[in-house]
Design a protein around this ligand. Structure first.
Ligand code: EPU
Length: 527
């Protein structure tokens, strides 16, 4: 049993807050629902009110957590379920929520921002550049800012361009450390991507393990094996991965086979191999557009890479990489999320700044629900909704399969489609927490392991109803926002610290096309 103590005005007792954090952080959703308890990393507000004293019973072994549906959250293994504290930048997001008046039709055009997951990998890749680099179309996200801090902690300078807020100016010419600081690394999982470039550039690095997160355990064994195949010596000790190059003082090109086409492991091996000696052939790589974007960026600064976007990537090592300018691809997941916002509200919507080829699986599934998608001018599209949304089945897979990052949003959509649908998650083992929140909004569904069975709209059952819900991960929170747009009445969505990590002003964009979405303080909110 976790006891959440009444905690009076802090008066500088940060240690006391840390103890509370350790207790309640065991379950992400519980944490999202009890935001008035602060972690030691957060600044305590001047007139902070004490939380209500309450007890929270952990489910017994093999029983799914009431809050997040993860069966690993048992009294026998609570540590597996723990989460890292959120950072200070997330403070405002944690203290606010979205209030959505559902049922409004949307109309207009939205410009899609740069891709989060491409920008993060490319930021890490900049550590290989011995001259300054300017990145364009970089989304304004907490994760991007946090990755900037990781780079700064090894001596890089990273700042937004004063004239163009979507551009990032990076100078990694003189690195002062080969090991990023722990406090910067723990803020985002993608920070682990610096291991390849730092090892290649400095010959050694120590990077803390990123740990599990709300969507699954997320090990890094494939990253490590890939580096070892290039001749690195890797040791994991006390939660830190220490890697050094062999006695020759450099990584050696080699054949690397990835057991699973992991996006992160593919990126790690590419970044390590571009300045290794000789040729590297990486087989069974991820083919995501973000991999191709990373490779295109590296080629633009002098790397020699072939085959990105296919199952085999071949790299000829070069001595060093220079600097330059590069423009990040548009975010296919943001595009998909906006498309679902239109479909779920039966609205016409135009999107600009898209790459049609990146959206094939998403567009195919939308067409199965009855939506029409018309492409125009190479980088625009229009969604025309059907008279009635139809059910369909979803199975997440590595690219070009249906993206796991769109599973939650489609689940929200299919709760209001006519008839039953099945949604199967195969990439991450714990990415179903949003299903329970959708149930709170009246969705009829059940979850078994990583498969959700949705009844959809039936004769005796209408659509979604507004409710107070909380997201526990990025895409799950987005799904709840989408459900709120379609629900009758008012929906309050907590978990904005997740949403702001990965969506560039989603609420503003939705407002610009007519949605009633407002960010309100939780202190003033009444249920
Ligand atoms: N895996 C291993 N060992 C490894 C690496 C991965 O077992 O060494 C497993 C993972 O546990 C998971 C599967 O392989 O079950 C896929 O993981 P992958 O490495 O492909 O994912 P990732 O690199 O950690 C990136 C995105 C995710 C996206 C996945 C899949 C970034 C920063 N993150 O994660 O994005 O879901 O690829 O496409 O690029 C998101 O944006 O919301 C997000 C989670």
């Amino acid at each position: 049993m976790v006891i959440q103590h009444r905690y009076k005005s802090p008066s500088g007792k940060v240690q006391q807050a840390q103890q509370l954090e350790n207790l309640y952080a065991k379950c992400p959703l519980f944490r999202a629902r009890n935001p008035s308890i602060l972690s030691s990393r957060q600044r305590l507000p001047p007139r902070w009110k004490p939380a209500n004293c309450r007890k929270y019973t952990l489910p017994s072994a093999n029983v799914k957590c009431r809050a997040c549906a993860d069966s690993r959250f048992s009294s026998t293994s609570p540590s597996k379920h723990s989460h890292k504290p959120n950072n200070e930048e997330n403070f405002l997001s944690e203290r606010t929520m979205l209030q959505i008046h559902g049922g409004k039709r949307l109309e207009g055009e939205v410009k899609v921002s740069g891709a989060k997951n491409a920008a993060l990998a490319i930021q890490a890749g900049c550590l290989l550049c011995e001259q300054p680099m300017v990145l364009h179309n970089v989304p304004d996200l907490v994760d991007v800012a946090n990755m900037g801090e990781v780079l700064q902690s090894v001596g890089a300078s990273v700042e937004r361009d004063g004239h163009d807020s979507n551009s990032l100016v990076l100078n990694c010419s003189e690195l002062t450390s080969s090991s990023p600081s722990l406090e910067s690394v723990v803020k985002l999982r993608a920070s682990f991507l610096v291991i390849g470039p730092l090892l290649a550039r400095n010959g050694e690095t120590s990077v803390p393990l990123p740990g599990g997160c709300a969507i699954g355990a997320r090990p890094v064994n494939l990253h490590i094996r890939g580096l070892e195949a290039l001749g690195a010596k890797v040791e994991v000790k006390d939660g830190v991965v220490h890697a050094t190059v062999g006695p020759e003082g450099t990584l050696r090109g080699s054949r690397v086979y990835l057991e699973y086409p992991s996006v992160g492991a593919t990126e790690t091996v590419i970044m390590a191999a571009v300045v290794a000696e000789g040729e590297t052939v990486i087989e069974n790589v991820a083919q995501e557009p973000e991999i191709v974007d990373l490779a295109n960026f590296l080629v633009s600064v002098g790397a020699r890479i072939r085959g990105a976007g296919t199952k085999v990537i071949t790299i000829q090592g070069v001595r060093s990489l220079h600097g330059g300018e590069y423009t990040v691809i548009p975010d296919r997941v943001e595009a998909g999320t906006l498309l679902v916002s239109a479909a779920i509200t039966y609205s016409n919507l135009w999107l600009s700044s898209i790459v049609p080829a990146h959206l094939t699986s998403i567009v195919t599934k939308l067409e199965e629900t009855g939506c029409q998608i018309k492409f125009k001018d190479d980088n625009r599209l229009e969604l025309i909704p059907p008279p009635e949304l139809l059910s369909t089945d979803i199975r997440t897979l590595p690219y070009p399969g249906f993206p796991t990052d769109m599973q939650a949003q489609f689940m929200a959509l299919l709760t209001v489609a006519k008839g039953p649908s099945v949604v199967q998650e195969t990439v991450f083992e714990g990415r179903m927490a949003h299903a329970l929140e959708l149930q709170q909004m009246g969705a009829r569904l059940s979850v078994a392991e990583s498969t959700a069975f949705l009844e959809g709209i039936q004769e005796d059952h209408g659509g979604l109803q507004g409710a107070s819900v909380a997201g526990s991960d990025l895409r799950g929170t987005a799904a709840l926002v989408l459900a709120g747009l379609a629900a009758e009445g008012i929906t309050k969505v907590q978990g904005l610290q997740h949403l702001d990590r990965g969506y560039d002003k989603l609420d503003q964009k939705l407002r610009s096309i007519g949605a009633s979405v407002e960010r309100i303080s939780m202190d003033n909110a009444k249920d």
